[in-house]
Ligand binder design. Sequence first.
Ligand code: NAD
Length: 363
Amino acid sequence: MIRLRMAVVGVGHLGKEHARILAGLPDVELVGVADVNADQAHAVARRNSTRAFADYWPLLNLVDAATIAVPTSHHLAVASEFLKRGIPLLIEKPLALDCRQGETLVNLARDHQALLQVGHIERFNPAFEELHKRPLQPKFVSCERVGPFSGRSTDIGVVLDLMIHDIDLLLRLVRSSVSGVKALGVCLFGRHEDVANARLHFANGCVAELTASRASPTASRRMHVWAPEGYARIDFQQRRLSLVQPSEQLRRHGLDPGRLDPAARARIKDDLFGRYLETIDIDGHTQDQLSCELKHFVECVRTGTSPKVTGADAVDALVVAEAILESIRSHAWEGHAAGPVGPNQLPAPLGSLVPPMQQEGAA
Ligand SMILES: NC(=O)c1ccc[n+]([C@@H]2O[C@H](COP(=O)([O-])OP(=O)(O)OC[C@H]3O[C@@H](n4cnc5c(N)ncnc54)[C@H](O)[C@@H]3O)[C@@H](O)[C@H]2O)c1
């Protein structure tokens, strides 16, 4: 078998994992890794028995396909050079800083017939894949994606960093256009929002509530879906899907507690899950999503098939993210534009919630 010659551009936190996985695929030859941080490029190249490049330019003549894992603000510049040469790319999410940049990349890929996949990795989460197979008309969806500040992705806020995952998944599940957006957010550690909440209305009547934060002491990535068919919960970290549906008995005969005798009424709680509500928990397979995503990319390049997450999908997610960011920018914290507005301003605090901590080195 002729091996696909591949490279990874940007081998920081995530790109080094791309390199590790690609180096282990039998149908891939990892011809090099590039990073402007030469030490990092050499360390990753050494670990994966490949060549290090301080610049991606030489790779343009060496590869059949590549993955791009540089910071989002560099996606457009770096990815454009590969796409212009017709080189298939997997670009990490978000595709770009905004939908205009995203569309530029999609157009380049189309004009140069280069396959473009985007790293919306949760599409490969087995819990989501299981949910997506089932008949479901979501009517209310609640998403939470929170964790501690990593010090990375400071070129973007939490909407493009974390919430974009849930936006992409929602668009797949709801299959309708977004008709209204209300959002608010706060900057804590820099010039971009670190905490955000958005409420989306879809043309088909579905409502979704999304919360994302990079100021949470613990990580949690969950989605709850309420639909006429039942209820679904995904724990993305555990790759676990829980489903609940009304039993045949409940559908046919309903449940009217007022018509039950006291003893039967007292049993409802014990019989609720089983007699009235049927449940199932599905644990996803153990293979990690990044391996699935990269193998899928390699397969698509080999066979010329369209990837599961296209550039157009990623632009759709960016369009919604931009509407959320616009709503965050115009949120009036005191209900009028003369007061504090947007993520960089808050009303003056009334006082301390907890006693201030003594800072190390303070007099
Ligand atoms: N799919 C996911 O769940 C997920 C998770 C984390 C990060 N990401 C995305 O992956 C990308 C990288 O994130 P990260 O956390 O690995 O960041 P990082 O800062 O750890 O790594 C980025 C690397 O790119 C290098 N770099 C910067 N400009 C470059 C250039 N022009 N050419 C070559 N190398 C360059 C940096 O030196 C650094 O080593 C971002 O787009 C981010 O949004 C996606």
